[in-house]
Design a protein around this ligand. Structure first.
Ligand SMILES: [Zn+2]
Length: 473
């Protein structure tokens, strides 16, 4: 099967140019750049006379690498509720939004092995994903056995381990456990991902708020102060620095945390960070509207609006390297209302896997980042950071044909009425965005075309990933 995409502009992280792109089966076979002298409807010399099965005319549109969302939680069981998107519905929604790879989280139960957590996750994901998928492992129990398992898993292509300074009941690692995990990855080529909020201190703030009778959703936002995110980001970066390990901060939400990343990087720490669309577009005031605020309950919480400008600058300056969603949707009716009387019982998490690529593109429209930087933060940098360089994240020969034909002019409105995520609300209801994923290919197969689903559950493959150490500097 040969598909030729003509007349478009290839936008990669390292540059943009007019080019035709030849896809053969699952891979990009060749990229034929077109000189200034070539007429718009002419093929690049490379492909003149070539016989193909299909030609896609991308005139006026951009050919960009499919998005890589490094942070999703499909079907995550948080105890009181299970995230609404299954691997099938969530990966389909991702594809509609131009994302062709997700990295999701398998969780280790305390007292059990990492392997058991991975196996349970695989049994949920395998055969159901419509796009390619990989696993990080959430580590709840750092001990001799789990440290040894980390070496084995890195060798098998599960190279990334999320540790927590939050959630004392389920996931928190103390300082010694964190140091041991960093030491291990310094040696085995893995990467520690950190949820860096101080869960023990947060519990004290939370309890005081609840005891004073402050139990509306808004108080969730106040219960997890940005100061306690900054504190942990500082701490974990210093731990990693001591043993010369890289560290990746997930869902960085605040100026306080960003300042610590910048400080660490300036010292030479191998510190990297991801932010999420919700921290760039939504703010604390959305929580302050009575029960409606429950729609916006996530951790870390939304911050006052004045944090956003600095996060955008962080993205532009490469102090933040990636944008992930932390996609973890719960219905407003039937799930979020578990916390109707008490914010502590509201399942934490927001939908977003479908909207990420378009939302971050609004930063290009607004002049905050270039189009190349947009591609970098939604695709190329996650590929490099998570061991997929050379396979994904670029329109280049030999790469998987994960391709989006993007119309930078076409506008559309984000809404629960039209989105494909399996959840009853949108955080961006009624927001008009410019830019649209017209055609989405996953490993050479067109899965979305003009709003129509052509993909298939089970098409997605599990990604065994390489160590990304050479890129983490
Ligand atoms: Zn998460």
């Amino acid at each position: 099967m040969r598909t030729l995409i003509t007349n478009g502009t290839v936008v990669n992280a390292d540059g943009s140019y007019r080019a035709d792109v030849l896809v053969e089966d699952e891979r990009i076979a060749a990229v034929g750049r077109i000189g200034h002298e070539t007429a718009a409807d002419q093929l690049s010399d490379l492909f003149a006379g070539l016989v193909v099965d299909r030609t896609i005319d991308a005139a006026g549109r951009w050919i960009v690498p499919g998005g890589i969302d490094p942070h999703t939680h499909m079907e995550l069981d948080v105890g009181s509720a299970v995230a609404k998107d299954t691997f099938e519905s969530g990966t389909r929604a991702a594809a509609f939004g131009g994302t062709t790879t997700i990295l999701d989280f398998a969780g280790q139960e305390r007292g059990a092995s990492l392997r058991a957590g991975l196996d349970a996750w695989l049994s949920q994901a395998e055969g159901h994903c419509a796009i390619d998928y990989g696993a990080h492992i959430m580590v709840s129990d750092v001990n001799a056995a789990s440290l040894a398992e980390m070496d084995q898993l890195v060798a098998e292509g599960v190279t990334t381990f999320k540790l927590f300074t939050a959630y004392p009941d389920r996931y928190l690692s103390d300082d010694g456990a964190l140091m041991r995990a960093f030491r291990r990855t310094a040696d085995n080529g893995g990467l520690v991902l950190m949820h860096a909020e101080n869960g023990l201190a947060i519990d004290v703030v939370t309890e005081a708020l609840a005891e004073a009778g402050n139990r509306e959703p808004y108080y969730h936002g106040l219960s997890r102060p940005a100061l306690l995110e900054g504190e942990c980001v500082n701490r974990v970066i210093r731990f990693a620095e001591v043993v010369e390990a890289p560290v990746y901060i997930v869902h960085l939400s605040s100026r306080d945390a960003l300042e610590e990343v910048v400080r660490g990087r300036d010292r030479g720490a191998l510190a990297f960070a991801e932010t999420c669309p919700q921290y760039l577009f939504l703010d604390l005031s959305l929580l302050d509207q009575g029960w409606e605020g429950a729609k916006y309950v996530c951790s870390p919480p939304l911050r006052p609006a004045d944090h956003q400008e600095e996060l955008w600058l962080g993205l532009a300056r490469d102090d933040l390297q990636t944008v992930g969603t932390d996609h973890c949707p719960f219905d407003f009716v039937g799930q979020k209302d578990l916390g109707r009387d008490d914010f502590r019982k509201i399942p934490n998490g927001l939908p977003g896997v479908e909207e990420r690529v378009d939302l971050i593109f609004q930063g290009v429209i607004a002049g905050r980042i270039t189009r190349e930087r947009w591609v970098e933060v939604v695709s190329t940098a996650p590929a490099r950071m998570f061991g997929l360089a050379g396979r994904k994240g670029a329109i280049a020969p030999g790469h998987d044909a994960d391709i989006v034909v993007y119309d930078p002019e076409r506008k559309h409105v984000l809404s629960a009425e039209t989105h494909h995520m399996n959840v009853d609300y949108s955080c961006y209801e009624g927001m008009e965005v410019q830019g649209h994923c017209d055609i989405v290919m996953s490993r050479g197969r067109v899965v979305v075309e003009d709003g129509e689903w052509l993909g298939q559950a089970g098409h997605g493959r599990f990604l065994a990933r390489e160590s990304s150490r050479e890129y983490l500097k």
